[in-house]
Structure formats: C-alpha cells, structure tokens
Design a protein around this ligand. Structure first.
Ligand code: SF4
Length: 298
C-alpha cells in the first residue's frame, strides 16, 4: 500500500517539479510512441509536407479510444496512398478514396474537405508551418489569434463551414472561443517541439516552443488539479493557459515538455481522483498528489 508523503508547503513547487521530471525520465517514450497517434506522423518525417498534413488529420480526429483512433487513421492513410500532398491535389479523387470512412462524428467527406483546404493553404504559403509563422508575424506573436487565422484559412479553402453535419464544423475548433483547443495544441506540440523521438520539430523555425500551450484533455485536467496546477473546472482556454503558466515555472523554454509523459500516465485511465491505495499504487505523481497530502499540507 502506498504511504502518504510528507508535503512541506514551501517545498511543494519543487516537489511537483521533481515528480514531473521523474515521470518524464521514467516514461518509455520510444515504446509509448508506438501506441500514440503521433507515430503516424513519424512515418512521413522524410516528406515534411506530407507529415504536416498527416499531423493535421491525426490531431483533428484525435477523440476517444486511442486504439480505435489509430485503426481509423491507418485506414484513412491507406486509402489516400503514399503521398497525401498528391492525393489532396485531386479533390474529386480524395473524396472518392475517403467515401465510407467514418470516425465518431467525422465522415470521409469532412476529412477530404480538411485535406483539400490544408493543401491549398500549403500551396499558397509553401507549407502549413509557413502559413502559421506568417500569421504569427502578422499578429505580433499572438499565438491564439494566429491559430485562429490559420484555422480560418483552412476552413475557407476546404469549404468546411458550408458542409452539412457536425463533423466538418467540429474538425477545427475556433481559438477565439472558449474551447481549450486541445487538438490544435496537440498539432503544435507535435510540429514545434523536438525533434526528440516524440515530437518532430518541423515547425521550430516558425514557432518558439516557449509559446506553446499544453493540450488539455480530461486526463491532463484531472492530473493538473491533483497536482495543484489549476483549480479551474472544465478544459477551457483559460484552464489551458493556467496549467501552462504553472508548468512554465518548471521549464519556461519548453512548458509542454511534460505533456507526453503525463498524457500517457493519464491514458492508463487508472486515476480515481481520490485516495485509493490500489489504483494509486505506482502512480508517478503520488508524492505530490493532493489526495495523498496530509491534512493541512499545501
Ligand atoms: S496518486 Fe492517485 S489520485 Fe493522485 S494523480 Fe495518482 S492516480 Fe490520481
């Protein structure tokens, strides 16, 4: 049975940092990548324009069970053939190839619109990374507004707003709204951080990793609350900023560095968010989890 740790109020920040570094060090990232959607992006790393289209597709539909998601991604990519850029240049063909493909609320036609729109933005700017970099310059480094303009361009070029059904509208969130934009921020983490075997660093010249925000899903939100990184309910943009600001204190130049390891800790789905000796056994952040802090500690 895990033993309750002694938490010193003043040392709590340092203790959380140490626990995160330990979770980071103990995460077998090479093995974990093989079970993660980012693995599909690595398959195209030799062809950066294809890789950024794969990353956009994989992150945009990253909902629900990861095994089911990976199977759907594998199916879509097999239908599209070895080059996504070539496939997306031929709109009628890409729609035909993806006909019948479905994942959650997304249809093959939604995905085709996303690909065609992204490919047109690629052709106009040279790459999606260049398009985002240009938007960042135009907004004087305002990542949220730059992302919103990036999304506007893909939606417009892919006519996503003109499509019936929820899927097309849901594929790319509006960063100007309250949404935490987890899937867009996941795309940024993959493309900006690294290369480190997990993230690919293909947009590093356009975006500074220090600007990134943590992609907050329900698992990361739960862990962040348990570690005292936020008290906010819900996975809104404000929660995302608050969690990232807390992590910035541990690594200002790379605040999303811990995300992959924490995400896989959360994906194990064991966290009961209460003191549970069986399910908490072996949890890497137990020493700093609020559920295990002695009463009255930080
Ligand atoms: S110690 Fe238990 S409650 Fe706390 S984060 Fe880990 S699994 Fe969740």
């Amino acid at each position: 049975m895990p033993r309750a740790p002694r938490v010193d109020r003043l040392a709590a920040g340092g203790a959380v940092h140490r626990a995160l570094e330990e979770v980071f060090d103990r995460c077998d990232r090479a093995a974990r990548v093989k079970t993660d959607p980012v693995e599909f992006v690595h398959r195209y790393a030799h062809a950066p324009l294809d890789a950024e289209l794969v990353a956009l597709v994989a992150s945009s539909v990253a909902f629900g069970n990861v095994t089911a998601l990976r199977a759907k991604l594998a199916d879509a990519l097999e239908r599209l053939g070895p080059s996504l850029t070539r496939a997306a240049d031929d709109e009628p063909a890409v729609r035909r190839k993806l006909r019948g493909w479905v994942h959650r609320v997304y249809t093959g036609d939604d995905l085709a619109g996303l690909l065609v729109g992204a490919r047109r933005v690629q052709r106009a700017h040279g790459s999606l990374g260049a398009a985002l970099g240009g938007a960042l310059r135009d907004t004087e480094g305002d990542l949220r507004e730059a992302l919103a303009r990036f999304v506007d361009a893909i939606r417009r070029e892919g006519k996503l707003d003109q499509r019936a059904g929820r899927g097309a509208r849901h594929l790319l969130p509006d960063p100007r709204g309250a949404s935490g934009c987890k899937r867009l921020l996941l795309l940024l983490r993959w493309m900006v951080r690294g290369p480190d075997g997990v993230d690919l660093g293909l947009w590093r010249a356009q975006v500074d990793p220090a600007q990134l925000l943590v992609p907050v899903d329900v698992h990361i939100h739960k862990l962040a609350k348990n570690l005292g990184l936020t008290r906010r309910a819900g996975t809104s943009f404000r929660t995302t900023v608050e969690i990232t600001d807390a992590l910035r204190r541990f690594d200002a130049r790379d605040p999303t560095r811990f995300d992959f390891a924490l995400c896989h800790l959360g994906m194990a789905g064991r966290c009961p968010s209460k003191r549970d000796p069986v399910r908490c056994e072996g949890c890497g952040v137990l020493p700093v989890c609020r559920h295990w802090a002695p009463r009255g500690a930080g």
